[in-house]
Design a protein around this ligand. Structure first.
Ligand SMILES: [Fe+2]
Ligand SMILES: [Fe+2]
Length: 151
């Protein structure tokens, strides 16, 4: 029997609809997060710099978008959410500069990719999900309804 109330235990490298939060613009960005983080995990020495640059570009727009939603709607608990984003971006930029300078190669890029996959489910479940519920309530006047397939 499947326990539908069991917490989602998903830090797999493959996108799963179990990760949907019900606010479509955020869900689309989170699917993109999986794609660009996967490119880090699977990069080679030749593609490591492009992969970390692409991830940084994604992270900047991903986090700016969420922070703009929080600011423009006066979302109350936004400080620690923004701090987590800043921490991730700082680590990503450190890895990028090490690869740019030739101090590191694909192993470091793959390592941060794996750590991003480990970080994401907790962040999405505790921080992004609260923002998704808030945004859905503001824009739709109700709680998010999530239709998931293939779970
Ligand atoms: Fe997010
Ligand atoms: Fe976030």
């Amino acid at each position: 029997m499947i326990d539908i109330d069991a917490p989602v235990q998903d830090n797999s490298l493959v996108w799963s609809d179990a990760r949907l939060l019900g606010f479509m613009p955020m869900d689309d960005t989170h699917k993109e997060f999986h794609d660009v983080a996967l490119r880090l995990v699977t990069c080679t020495d030749t593609s490591a710099l492009a992969a970390i640059e692409e991830f940084e570009k994604h992270a900047v727009s991903h986090f700016e978008q969420e922070e703009e939603w929080m600011r423009t709607t006066n979302f109350p608990p936004r400080d620690c959410h923004i701090k987590e984003h800043e921490g991730v971006l700082k680590s990503v930029r450190e890895v990028k500069s090490a690869i740019e300078d030739g101090r590191a190669g694909c192993a470091l890029a793959q390592d941060i990719g794996v750590r991003l996959f480990q970080w994401f489910p907790g962040h999405a479940d505790y921080m992004d999900s609260a923002l998704a519920a808030w945004m859905t309530k503001l824009t739709m006047g109700g709680k998010p309804v999530v239709f998931r397939k293939n779970i």
